[in-house]
Design a protein around this ligand. Structure first.
Ligand code: UD1
Ligand code: CA
Length: 456
């Protein structure tokens, strides 16, 4: 029997108090529904059907989901009704797994176990035991532990409400059986909705076994209905990421203070200090140290690099043994070779810094090549923009650019040249030459500066 997944995503998500469809709120930087579709895809189903509401177009656009079949449930008349909208498109020989776009943390292995149980004949439900079952459908079992029904809280008796085993909503059953049961579901309940959960009692009534699998953890089946639950889910996700990094040999100073919003690979003995936010694809070599409060996106960082506190690094490559920060900003297109030092309040954009170059304090380096071993003094600015176009600055190897100089691009400073401090360089400097443009120093001896006490 081949597998088809139905993902329910039509709910309005009122408790989010948001203009954005709930399933587009992000977990680890990506929409909730994207996580669920990824997990569903990993099960290798023949098809994925997503049931969305009237805001479905926005959801479709945001997930770019060509690989799934979209079904619109124009009116939210209950979970059973939602599944019914998708069933006509499911092939009659399929095993159906029902998932929820707002339950983003469920694991493949758990879902496989549910599908496998249903495959042994019957209906399989994923349940979970909660200390506080309030708000959930309760699982009713007979004296031998067989599931007889699920009853929603608002329809439950006091005795039933005392039950701690609740329905996660996730279930699997063969398509024909599900279709038959759903045709018999009524909306005679407190909410006047067509409940998917009623299939449990109908299966039991037909003498079909209802398998109840208890989810390994409560976290895994956490549903996101509010911003509080979104924050909870985010932490669960991040703790998982931190565990994986640690298992792979990364020291994570505080697993509760790290945010991975993408894919991170790391070599041996890397250290991540607190409040690292790593986004997109970040590759760390061996023995990389990322200090506190660093935001790094889509970057490749070589062996033995130290990134000190409070840097922003985006779409950049940093070569082995380099030292970045504190307080540096490395912008897109920065290619930094080995053993480069970039210090505090330095901004690098679309520039190559060759091995051993140093830009240690308060500089802007944009659209520039900095040669090997070249030293850029404090407060140097490459003036790359004339108000209309960007221009390049070429700086050779072993150049020394004195502090507080401006290099007005396009301009070339050849190898071995020196720029005197405080210069404004507008034409090319030949190799091994000193260029100074500042006014000569004058002395006015005996000059008295105005003073507040001076009587006029
Ligand atoms: C549902 C279950 C309950 C379970 C709980 C777990 C039913 C009747 N009850 O209750 O037993 O404990 O989930 O979280 O199934 N949806 C649609 N179309 C609809 C209605 C819902 O797509 O017409 C989607 C929602 O977007 C949501 C999911 O189905 O993702 C669950 O719906 P919701 O209304 O939140 O059900 P609960 O009352 O939480
Ligand atoms: Ca819910």
């Amino acid at each position: 029997m081949s597998l088809e997944v139905i993902v329910l995503a039509a709910g309005k998500g009122k408790r989010m108090r948001s203009d954005l469809p709930k399933v587009l709120h992000t977990l680890a930087g990506r929409p909730l529904i994207t996580h669920v579709l990824e997990t569903a895809t990993a099960l290798n189903p023949r098809a994925i059907h997503v049931v969305c509401g009237r805001d479905g177009a926005a959801v479709q656009a945001a997930t770019g989901g060509d690989a799934v079949r979209w079904v619109v449930q124009a009116e939210q008349r209950g979970t059973g009704h939602a599944v019914q909208q998708a069933l006509p498109g499911v092939s009659p020989d399929a095993m159906v797994l029902v998932m929820y776009a707002d339950v983003p943390l469920v694991q493949c292995e758990t879902l496989r176990a549910v599908v496998n149980s249903a495959g042994r004949g019957g209906l399989a439900l994923l349940t979970v035991v909660r200390e506080d079952p309030a708000g959930y459908g309760r699982v009713l079992r007979d004296s031998e532990g067989r599931i007889e029904a699920i009853v929603e809280e608002r329809d439950a008796s006091d005795d039933q409400r005392a039950i701690n085993e609740v329905n996660t909503g996730i279930l699997a059953a063969p398509a024909p059986a599900l279709t038959r049961w759903l045709a018999r579901v009524t909306n005679r309940n407190d909410q006047q909705e067509f409940y998917l959960t009623d299939v449990a009692a109908l299966a039991d009534h037909d003498d079909v076994v209802v398998h109840g699998l208890v989810a390994p953890t409560r976290e895994e089946v956490l549903g996101v209905n509010s911003r509080q639950e979104l924050a909870l889910a985010e932490r669960v996700y991040q703790r998982r990421c931190a565990q994986t990094l640690m298992q792979n040999g990364v020291t994570v100073m505080d697993p509760d203070r790290i945010d991975i919003r993408g894919t991170v690979t790391a070599g041996r003995d890397c250290v991540l200090d607190v409040n690292a936010v790593l986004e997109g694809t970040v590759n760390l070599g061996d023995r990389v140290t990322i200090g506190p409060n660093n935001a790094i996106r889509d970057a490749s960082i070589g062996d033995d690099v130290v990134v000190l506190a409070n840097c922003v690094i985006e779409q950049a490559r940093i070569g082995a043994g380099s030292r970045i920060g504190p307080f540096a900003r490395i912008r897109p297109g920065a290619v930094i070779e080995e053993q480069v030092h970039i210090g505090n309040f330095v901004e690098i954009k679309n520039s190559e810094l060759r091995a051993g170059a140093k830009v240690n304090h308060l500089s802007y380096v944009g659209d520039t090549t900095v040669g090997r071993g070249t030293n850029i003094g404090a407060g140097v600015i490459t003036c790359n923009y004339d108000g209309a176009r960007k221009h390049r600055t070429e700086i050779g190897d072993d150049v020394f650019v004195g502090s507080n100089s401006q290099l007005v691009a396009p301009v070339t400073i050849e190898q071995g040249a020196t720029v005197g401090a405080g210069s404004t360089i507008t034409s090319n400097v030949p190799e091994r030459t000193l260029a100074v443009t500042r006014a000569r120093q004058r002395h006015v001896s005996g000059w008295r500066r105005p003073s507040k006490d001076t009587k006029r």
